[in-house]
Write a protein that binds this ligand. Structure first.
Ligand SMILES: Nc1nc2c(c(=O)[nH]1)N[C@H]1C(S)=C(S)[C@@H](COP(=O)(O)OP(=O)(O)OC[C@H]3O[C@@H](n4cnc5c(=O)[nH]c(N)nc54)[C@H](O)[C@@H]3O)O[C@H]1N2
Ligand SMILES: Nc1nc2c(c(=O)[nH]1)N[C@H]1C(S)=C(S)[C@@H](COP(=O)(O)OP(=O)(O)OC[C@H]3O[C@@H](n4cnc5c(=O)[nH]c(N)nc54)[C@H](O)[C@@H]3O)O[C@H]1N2
Ligand code: SF4
Ligand SMILES: [Mo]
Length: 752
C-alpha cells in the first residue's frame, strides 16, 4: 500500500522509465487455446474436481472508451485476474495498466453499497453529509417527489441531466420535457466534431487511426501511446519498429516524443501557424495526392489563395520553430505515403484554445491532401454494426413540448448545438446567475465535480440547487454534493454487450458477462432511471422496455441472438468483411470541403485563417499552462485504486530545470500555481522535457471526498485554475465547437 503524502520525486530519467513502463504494460498476460476452442489464461490449467473451480468470463473494460475485450479468470467465485481477449480487434490479447488493475476497483472497500440520503443540508468540501441508509423504494420516492416539485413550481427546464447519453436517460429527459441534457464534451472533443460535421458530414468522433501502416507520423500534441487507448501504444510501437518516421510537435517531451525521430517544442496555441505554412508549401509545390484531392475534396483553389501569406518565415515568428524545420516537415509529410497526422481529443485540435477548432480544420485538410482519410495508414471511419435504436424498438408515447433554450446555452451554436453534447464551461455562471432561468434539480451520472472548469465555483453552483441525485460506483465528490445516492454495479458485475467503436476495422460486438455476482445492493442505470420515472408518474414511457427485448431485437438485426453471443467461444460476434475505403461524404457536395459553405452560412470562417489563441503570458501570469493526464489513471476515477496509486501517487507541477533554478525552486518543494480563476498548491517536479515558458500539470487528483480512504487529499485539481466562461463570452469566441478553452490561460508559480 502506498504511503499517503509520499513525495513523488521524478527526474527526467525516471519520467522516461515510467513512460516506457506504460508503453510496455500491454506485454503482460497472454492466452492459449484449449482443445475445446475456449480460451484459458496461459499458465492456468483446468484442474480436477477437488481442485479450486476455475472459470473464465468475458467482459470488456469500462474504464475508458476503448472498451478493450477482457477475459476474467475466476477461482471459487473470486475474480483473480483480467487479461485481454486475443480475438478482439481492439485488445488483441492485451490490456493497459488500468485494465489489468481493475480488480482493485471491483474489490475496493470504499465502493457505494446501498442507496443513501443526506441528512445534513449544508453542503461542500469538509462537510459531513450525514448519510442514512435507505431502501430503493425510499430513494425513488424522495427523488421523484423533489423532481416533480421542481417541474411543477419552476417548469421542466428547471431539471438537468448531467450524464453521458443513455437510452433510458434520454427518454426520461424528454418525458419530463427538459432540454437540459449536459455532457462533458465541450471540455473533451467538440472542436473536432464541429469541423467534421461541417466539412465531412460524418465522423463525429474522428479518432480512429491505422497507425500500424503509416510511414510518416506527425503528431501535434497527440500522445495516446502514453495513456490509452491501449491500441494506440501497440500500433505506434509497431509503426516505428517498422521504420515509420515519427515527428512530435509538442511544448512538452511526451512518451510519443521519446520514441520519435524528432521533437519540436512549439509555443502553445500556435500549431495553426505551423499547419497553415505546411498547407501553403504542399499546395504551391504540388506535393499533394492529386487523384484524391480531385475525386474527394472541394475548395482546393480557394484554400490555396487563402494561405499565400502564410510563409514558413511568418510561421517561424509565431511558433518559435525554425522556418527550415517547418519546410522540411511539410516536404516529408507531402512526399511520404501513407502519412498521417493522428487526432485525439485533447491534442492541439481539441478544445484547448480559442483557435483549436482551426487546428482541427487544418489537420483534416492536411490528412485529406495526402489522401489519408479512410485509407490505409490514415484516419479511419469506424465500422460499427448497424442496429435499430431504442425508440425504433420501443416507440415512445408522445413527449411534451420542450423549451429550446438550454441552461448552458449550447443550442446557440448552430453546428454543434444539434448534437446536444453540452457545455461544462458555461453552466456554472448560468446556474449562479439564474440566467436564462433558475435550475432547481439535477441528476448526475459518471460526471464528477472535479471535471468542471473552475471546480471550486461549480461546487458553489451545486449548493444553489434544491435537489441533487447522483448515480455512482464510488463515494466521489459528486456524491458528497448529493441529496440522494443511487449505487451502480461496477462493469465487472454487469451484463450486456458493446460494439467496438474506437478501433473497428470491421463490425464486432463484445459480450459482457458478470465476472462475479453483484457484491452490493446496486442497480443498473436503466433500472435507476425507470424507478425514478415511475416515482414521477412517468412510468408509461417505460412500459415493456425491460426484460431483454432491446438486446434481442438489436442482435436479431445482425443475424445473431443473445443466446448465440453468450455461447460464443470467444465472447465476440464478428463480421470480418473486407475494408473498403469510403469515397463519398455527407456534405452537400459529397466531398470533403476545404472551403466550407456550412461554416460560412453560420457566420464562421469558411477557411482556416490564422487567429492567435485567447490569452498570452504577461508580467502577472508569465507561464503557459499545459494540462495532460497520466497513463496510470483515468481522469478522476482511479485515484482510489491501490495499484494505480503505487504507480502514480499524486500529481505535481512540471517545470523546466532552468526556470526552477532561476526561481530557486527545488525538486519536490511545494509551490503555488495561480491563475485568474484560482490557486492550488503542489510539489514541483523539475524536468528538462518542457519549454521553459510552460508548466504542465496532470489531471485527476485533488479529491476532497473523505470517503476515499486512499485518494483523499492527494495532489490538487488543476481544474481549479481553469477560468469558466459565460454564455456571451463563449458566443464571442465564435468557435463552432464551443470548446471550453481548457488550456487557454496563463499562470504564475511561486514558492509556498
Ligand atoms: N491514461 C489515460 N488515458 C486517457 C484518459 C485518462 O484520463 N487517462 N482520458 C481519456 C480522455 S477522456 C481524453 S479526452 C484523452 C485525452 O488525451 P490527449 O488527447 O492525449 O490529451 P492530453 O493528455 O491532454 O495531452 C495533450 C497533449 O497536448 C500537448 N499540448 C498542449 N498544448 C499544445 C499545443 O498548443 N500544441 C501542441 N502541439 N501540443 C500541445 C500537451 O503537452 C499534451 O502532451 O485521453 C483519454 N485517455
Ligand atoms: N480540470 C480538468 N477538467 C477536465 C479535464 C481536464 O483535463 N482537466 N478533462 C475533460 C475531459 S477530456 C473529460 S473526458 C472529462 C471527464 O470528466 P467526467 O466525465 O466527469 O469523468 P471523471 O472525471 O472520470 O469522473 C467520472 C465519475 O464517474 C464515476 N464512475 C466511474 N465509473 C462509473 C460507472 O460505471 N457508473 C457510474 N455511475 N459512475 C461511474 C466516478 O466515480 C467519477 O466520479 O473531464 C473534463 N474535465
Ligand atoms: S485502454 Fe486500458 S482503460 Fe482503456 S479500455 Fe483498454 S484496458 Fe481499459
Ligand atoms: Mo475526454
Amino acid at each position: 500500500m502506498p504511503e499517503k503524502k509520499e513525495t513523488r520525486k521524478f527526474s527526467r530519467r525516471s519520467f522516461l522509465k515510467a513512460s516506457a513502463a506504460t508503453v510496455a504494460a500491454g506485454a503482460a498476460g497472454s492466452f492459449l487455446l484449449t482443445k475445446s476452442g475456449k480460451k484459458t489464461a496461459s499458465g492456468v490449467t483446468q484442474k480436477a474436481a477437488a481442485a479450486p473451480k476455475v472459470t473464465h468470463k468475458y467482459n470488456f473494460c469500462g474504464i475508458c472508451s476503448a472498451n478493450c475485450g477482457m477475459v476474467a479468470e475466476v477461482i471459487d467465485g473470486k475474480a483473480t485476474r483480467l487479461l485481454g481477449n486475443p480475438d478482439d480487434q481492439v485488445a488483441k490479447g492485451k490490456l493497459c495498466v488500468k485494465g489489468y488493475a481493475a480488480l482493485k476497483d471491483l474489490y475496493d472497500p470504499d465502493r457505494l453499497k446501498y442507496p443513501m440520503k443526506r441528512t445534513n443540508h449544508e453542503k461542500g468540501p469538509g462537510v459531513d453529509p450525514g448519510w442514512v441508509k435507505i431502501s430503493w423504494e425510499e430513494a425513488f420516492e424522495l427523488a421523484g417527489e423533489k423532481f416533480n416539485e421542481a417541474r411543477e413550481n419552476y417548469g421542466p427546464e428547471s431539471i438537468a441531466f448531467f450524464s453521458r447519453g443513455h437510452d433510458w436517460m434520454n427518454r426520461l429527459q424528454r418525458a419530463i420535457g427538459t432540454p437540459n441534457h449536459i455532457q462533458h464534451h465541450s471540455t473533451c472533443f467538440t472542436t473536432y466534431t464541429a469541423v467534421w460535421r461541417a466539412c465531412v458530414g460524418v465522423g463525429n468522433r474522428p479518432f480512429m487511426l491505422d497507425l500500424e501502416n503509416a510511414k510518416y507520423l506527425l503528431s501535434f500534441g497527440w500522445d495516446m501511446p502514453s495513456k490509452a487507448k491501449n491500441m494506440s501504444a501497440r500500433d505506434y510501437v509497431k509503426a516505428v519498429s517498422n521504420g515509420a518516421k515519427s515527428v512530435v510537435v509538442d511544448p512538452r517531451l511526451t512518451v510519443t516524443g521519446t520514441l520519435a525521430d524528432e521533437w519540436i517544442p512549439i509555443k502553445p496555441g500556435t500549431d495553426l501557424a505551423f499547419m497553415l505554412a505546411m498547407i501553403r508549401i504542399i499546395l504551391n509545390e504540388e506535393l499533394f495526392d492529386k487523384e484524391y484531392v480531385e475525386q474527394s475534396t472541394m475548395g482546393v483553389e480557394e484554400l490555396k489563395a487563402a494561405v499565400q501569406d502564410y510563409t514558413p518565415e511568418w510561421a517561424s515568428e509565431i511558433t518559435g520553430v525554425d522556418s527550415s524545420i517547418i519546410e522540411q516537415v511539410a516536404w516529408d509529410f507531402g512526399t511520404t505515403r501513407p502519412a498521417l497526422i493522428p487526432n485525439h481529443k485533447r491534442d492541439a485540435g481539441g478544445p484547448n484554445y480559442s483557435n483549436s477548432w482551426r487546428v482541427a480544420f487544418c489537420k483534416l485538410i492536411l490528412n485529406a491532401l495526402v489522401g489519408s482519410i479512410d485509407h490505409e495508414g490514415g484516419q479511419i471511419f469506424a465500422r460499427t454494426p448497424s442496429m435499430p435504436g431504442f425508440d425504433q424498438i420501443f416507440p415512445p408515447p408522445e413527449f411534451p413540448e420542450m423549451k429550446p433554450e438550454r441552461i448552458d446555452g449550447f443550442e446557440k451554436h448552430p453546428i454543434i448545438g444539434p448534437t446536444r453534447r453540452g457545455d461544462f464551461a458555461t453552466v456554472t455562471d448560468a446556474i449562479l446567475d439564474e440566467d436564462p432561468y433558475p435550475l432547481k434539480a439535477a441528476f448526475f451520472r459518471k460526471h464528477n465535480v472535479l471535471a468542471f472548469p473552475d471546480a471550486v465555483k461549480f461546487t458553489e453552483a451545486l449548493k444553489k440547487l434544491d435537489f441533487v441525485a447522483v448515480v455512482d460506483v464510488w463515494p466521489s465528490e459528486m456524491v458528497q454534493m448529493a441529496d440522494v445516492v443511487f449505487p451502480e454495479p461496477y462493469f465487472l458485475e454487469a451484463s450486456g454487450f458493446g460494439a467496438r467503436s474506437y478501433h473497428a476495422f470491421y463490425p464486432q460486438l463484445a459480450l459482457r458477462e458478470p465476472v462475479v455476482e453483484p457484491m452490493y445492493d446496486t442497480k443498473g442505470y436503466g433500472g435507476v432511471i425507470e424507478g425514478l420515472a415511475k416515482a414521477m408518474g412517468l412510468g408509461e414511457y417505460f412500459e415493456g422496455v425491460s426484460g431483454g427485448k432491446l438486446r434481442e431485437e438489436q442482435l436479431k438485426a445482425l443475424g445473431t441472438s443473445w443466446d448465440e453471443l453468450q455461447n460464443s467461444p470467444n465472447g465476440l460476434w464478428s463480421d470480418e468483411r473486407e475494408f473498403v475505403p469510403r469515397t463519398s461524404f455527407s456534405t452537400e457536395s459529397g466531398k470533403i470541403e476545404f472551403y466550407s459553405p456550412e461554416l460560412e452560412k453560420h457566420g464562421y470562417d469558411p477557411l482556416p485563417y490564422w487567429q492567435p489563441k485567447r490569452e498570452m503570458p504577461s508580467s502577472e501570469y508569465p507561464f503557459y499552462m499545459l494540462i495532460s493526464r497520466p497513463g496510470m489513471h483515468k481522469m478522476t476515477a482511479t485515484q482510489n485504486n491501490e495499484l494505480m496509486l503505487q504507480a502514480y501517487p499524486e500529481n505535481s507541477v512540471m517545470i523546466h530545470k532552468d526556470k526552477a533554478q532561476e526561481m530557486g525552486i527545488q525538486e519536490g518543494e511545494e509551490v503555488y500555481v495561480e491563475s485568474r480563476a484560482g490557486r492550488i498548491k503542489l510539489q514541483a517536479e523539475i524536468i528538462e522535457g518542457i519549454r521553459p515558458d510552460c508548466i504542465c500539470i496532470e489531471h485527476g487528483f485533488g479529491h476532497w471526498s473523505k470517503q476515499y480512504s486512499l485518494a483523499y487529499q492527494r495532489g490538487a485539481n488543476e481544474g481549479d485554475l481553469i477560468p469558466r466562461i459565460s454564455i456571451d463570452e463563449m458566443l464571442k469566441i465564435n468557435d463552432p465547437g464551443a470548446g471550453s478553452c481548457m488550456n487557454d490561460f496563463c499562470v504564475k508559480v511561486y514558492k509556498a
